[in-house]
Each structure stands twice: as structure tokens, then as C-alpha cells.
Design a protein around this ligand. Sequence first.
Ligand code: HEM
Ligand code: 2DC
Length: 468
Amino acid sequence: AARPFEQVPGERRGGWLNLYRFWQEGGLHNVHNIMARKFQRFGPIYREKLGVYESINIISPRDAATLFRSEGMMPERFSVPPWVAYRDYRNNSGRWGAAGEAWRSDRLTLNKEVLSPQVVEGFVPLLSEVGEDFVRRARAQVQKSGRERWTADFSHELFRFALESVCHVLYGERLGLLQDFVDPEAQRFIDAVTLMFHTTSPMLYLPPALLRGLNTRTWRDHVHAWDAIFTQADKCIQNVYRDLRLQRKSSREYMGILSSLLLQDKLPLDDIKASVTEMMAGGVDTTSVTLQWAMFELARSPGTQEQLRTEVLAAKHKVAGDRVKMLKTTPLLKAAIKETLRLHPVAVTLQRYTVQEVVLQDYRIPPKTLVQVGLYAMGRDPEVFPKPEQFSPERWLLPGSKHFKGLSFGFGPRQCLGRRIAELEMQLFLMHILENFKIETKRAVEVGTKFDLILLPDKPIYLTLRPL
Ligand code: HEM
Ligand code: 2DC
């Protein structure tokens, strides 16, 4: 018989004391390293109590498999208390943290418009166009520099690229963010999303009811950030709504996710707005940071970069530049994105509340327990990924290598809603870059990771694009 829950190693009491120590030790930006260290100290399962939240933490793909196989039809993750607090505070009918049947039926409708293979193929030309514009802009910057190359911290460029991309598929329209003049409203939106993430982490382990009553700078900034996000998204949504009513859009071409949802008329308008706003906000920092890491890793592994380029150019040649077909013959490119997310996941953990008893590492975990899969720690565990420090996309092409290891977008019915958008956007971006430029960086520079709700580079990454 499996061991009792009480025997799981780790901390059992002192949630507030732990939270205080955590703050003091600068743990706020260091969640990922603290977790990795705890796995070293306690082994592959440990318990932890921070503030009012108690969790069980696991690292092995086998345990992740056990957890996800028992998650049922309506999985719930850690709800991010500050986001729930904002939703309650504004009384808006936001969807974040929605649970049970309400979440499930919305999500099934959304899946058809955002994740299903038939629809997703239609995103390719939209996303490819934005990638081409990035290349055009990069060439102009090379010209301007007068030095046959463009060296910069690309983070702001990539934020704009990412927002332009996600808006193109959501609204079927271009914002024009890859030109010299950047619309200040769009820039405000980008800044608001970054601020929203940044102000979430200090409040992450406090209960929503407490947060709402708070009058701290952090909470006020958080509310302002979400307000700005909703206001800006609403403007975009109203534009599309008006164009639809005035039949300014031709019904022949694909008109974007929002139009499809509106025309389908299956979700209440407020739910559509909330979902589209979440996707617009979720589509900025996630893909842009991952692309920054991907270019950094490719710059540091010129051999791998050349292999990818060869694959992409061969694919292009074979199918005469048809991007949909190219994506079917570029496994190494896809593996490179998986490999980037292994070393640099966006989410430090995946979480689920158990719905039935599960046995993890031979301990009996009761229902309603918060269990976290340490995604960052798993990605760097030599028992899971041999030579974890090496950036090596080929490891994903070995047979049997993937079993509950490629979890960057989560798993099952509650996995990332933007997954296909994100994947296509990143694959197409890298394709266009590899076809046109060599990516270089100064060899010696080491860049670490900082937790700011999502995981980010801890210093600016300088990259050089050199026309081939
Ligand atoms: C949820 C990762 C990009 C929208 C998630 C989750 C992860 C994740 C790990 C939790 C999944 C789970 O609990 O199983 C990523 C990564 C991205 C990315 C690694 C890019 C590199 C995006 C984009 C969008 C988006 C581009 C919007 C278009 C969402 C939404 C949820 C979510 C709305 C919540 C879904 C729900 O609860 O039903 N993402 N994401 N993400 N993501 Fe992403
Ligand atoms: C943060 O301990 C650390 O994709 C917490 O696009 C556990 C946790 C719970 C949910 C995770 C969050 C972490 C990181 C950011 C994630 C979020 C789920 C979705 C969100 C991973 C790991 C993200 C960035 C979405 C954001 C959409 C949002 C703007 C509505």
C-alpha cells in the first residue's frame, strides 16, 4: 500500500513565515531556482506552504502523466488570485478562473475557432505576412545602419511583432506596428500587459478577498493595468463589431477569430469580449520572449542554426514557397521551438487540483490538492533530459523521447488556448528570419532567468541580424 499523504517531505506549516522569508530572500524573482533547489533537497516530490496556499510539487514526467491522466473533463489550475481579485473588484463578467460546466462549454466553442486544425490553417497567411513585414523592417534597419547589419535588444520590436500577429488573427486587421511610427495606444497596451504581469507576482500568494481591500501601490497599478488592457481591447472589438454590422467586410475572405465568434452567435457577447481580451493580452509577452530566447540559442549554436536554415530552404524549394506545406516538412524547426521552451519555459509550473486520489512517488495524494509540475526544473533535470545544458533540438526527434516531456503549453482540455497561434507565429517568424539573415550574438554573454509571473531574461539580450 502507498504511503500516507502526511509523510510527503517538505514544509507543512508556517505559511506566512515562509512567505515572509521568501520575500526577504528575494524569492520574488527567483521562484524557478528556489523550486529547483527544493527538488535537490527533498527529492522528486515535496510539499510547500506559501501564504494560504499549500501545494505538492513534482518533477518527473511519469508523475505528470499520472496527474494529467486523472484530471477529468473540467481541470482547474491555480487561479492567479490577483486576476480573480480584479475580476471581482470590477464586477466584470470576465472568464478568468471560470470553472466547471461554464468554463467547459465556452472552451469547447472557443477551441473550434482557435485550435481546430481546419481553422488554424487559415492563420498561416495572416501570420506569415507579419513575419515578412518584420524582415522588411529589419532590412530597412540594416540599410539605415550603413554597416550591413542590425544590432539591438529586440525585445520591443518583438513585443510589437507579437501584438501585430495576434491582432491579425483575432481581428483580421493590421495595426501597422512594424512601421517607423508606432501608435501610442498600441504601445500603451503593450506596457499595460507587462505591468499587469509584473504587479501580479508580489501578490501571487495572497487571497483575493484580502487583495481587494488593499490600498497598496502594487494593487492600484495592477487595477490600472487591467483597466488599460480592457479599454484598449474593447476599442479593437468595437471596430470589428461596427464593420460587421455595416457589412464592410467581405464574407469571402477569413475575417478573424472575433468575427467568426460574433457571426456564430454561440457565446454571450460578454464572454466573447472577455476571451478575446485574454487572448490579446496573452499573445504579447509569451511569444515575443520565447522568440528572443530562440534567436539567442540559435546565435550561440551556429551549427544548429545552419542545419535549420538548410531544412527551411530545402522545404521552400520543394513546395515553391507554400507556407502551409513548408510547415509540414520542417520537423527540426519545430523541435527548435520545443527545445527553446524546455530551457526557457514561459510558465514556471503547471498546476492542477486533483479530483480523485492519485498516487505520486508512492504517496497517496487526496482529492482537491493543488499539485504543481515543476516545468522549469524538469527541463533542466539531467535524469529527464541528458546533458540538459545543451541546446539540442534533435533530442525531440528521437523515438520515444516525448512522453509527458513536451509540456510547455500545458496539457489536455485546459491546455493553452493560444497554442496553435503561438506555434505558427513562432515557426513562421523563424522561417522568415532564417531565410534572410544570420543571427549572431557576443559569445561570452550569459543571460539568466527572472520570474515576473512569466519567466523572462534577467538582462537585455543583444542580437545581430546580418543579411545572408
Ligand atoms: C494558458 C503557455 C502563448 C492564451 C496557458 C498555459 C500555459 C501556457 C502553460 C496553462 C495550460 C495548462 O494549465 O495546462 C503558453 C506559452 C506560450 C503561450 C508557452 C507561447 C510561447 C499564448 C498566446 C495566447 C495564450 C499567444 C493567446 C492567443 C492563453 C489562455 C490560457 C493559456 C487564454 C488559459 C486557457 C484556459 O484556462 O482555458 N498558456 N502560452 N497563450 N494561454 Fe498560453
Ligand atoms: C505563475 O505560481 C506562477 O500563458 C504561479 O497567456 C502558477 C501559475 C499559474 C497560471 C500560469 C502562471 C503561473 C504563469 C502565466 C500563465 C498562467 C496561465 C496562463 C498564463 C502561463 C505559472 C499565460 C501567460 C497566458 C496569460 C493570459 C492572460 C493575460 C489572461
